[in-house]
Design a protein around this ligand. Sequence first.
Ligand code: ATP
Ligand code: MG
Length: 286
Amino acid sequence: MNAPLQGHTASNLNTTAFDTVLEVDRVSLEYRTPQRVVRATHEVSFEVDRSDRFVLLGPSGCGKSTLLKAVAGFIEPVAGSIRLDGQTVREPGPDRIVVFQEFDQLPPWKTVKQNVMFPLLASRTLGRREAEARALHYLEKVGLAAFADAYPHTLSGGMKARVAIARALAMQPKILLMDEPFAALDALTRRKMQEELLELWDEVRFTLLFVTHSIEEALVVGNRILLLSPHPGRVRAEVGAHAFDLHSLGGADFQQAALRIHQLLFEGRTEDAGAELAFQDVRLAY
Ligand SMILES: Nc1ncnc2c1ncn2[C@@H]1O[C@H](COP(=O)(O)OP(=O)(O)OP(=O)(O)O)[C@@H](O)[C@H]1O
Ligand SMILES: [Mg+2]
């Protein structure tokens, strides 16, 4: 965990440790169909600091994906505001890249390298030569340099996941948005991907907003976890999870933390939770 800061965050070296990148301020999100209005989140607030691995955790339907889409700029809040580096988010932009669960998001007619280059070229971020160099750099980081000229259908699920991550990181976004990126993978590959994501973070120190409905995955991947209650999603609590990583799996502290999060999410036990939890910081919303 002592890897020096490298890569695209080098310019952030002079910034303070708690430099806020994303501010989500009392955001309510709705879907309007001809029949009815569905409120997906209600007055959700949180802040993501630079190099955070911030996890949105909550049961199915609590609005996690909707929140991510709003941060990405695909959905406009009906109330509240979303600011990235102080600028209100109004539309999608190359400073926010989303990695989804489905890896068929990789066009099959492009090679791995072309897939990684594509957003760099389409957004006119780089010329062809620089885009190619950047693509190869990030493919190397995810261990796929040897597959640069392969086509997606020849890759395993885990390899496709790595391509999607390399493609996102190559854009050097201000924040990387991941919506259950490993949910479609088998348990072993999923664990391996979590491990690789943490290694990659150790090296590049990108800012991550990660959605999952797995308590275990939230504890492993995140340094901070926002717990959301269902229908519509509201903030139930925020917990610090920096004490845990893949090595903590199965340990007593880890099990205890998972159980407490479960209670906070599903039994609404918010009183005294701060005292009971082994977390360094627990902030309760209600
Ligand atoms: N396109 C849509 N039109 C209408 N309602 C929608 C739409 N997409 C989502 N919803 C509703 O908004 C709410 C939040 O959905 P969302 O997909 O954000 O949940 P989620 O927390 O990501 O769930 P999951 O863990 O199952 O992915 C749900 O009640 C859902 O039914
Ligand atoms: Mg979802």
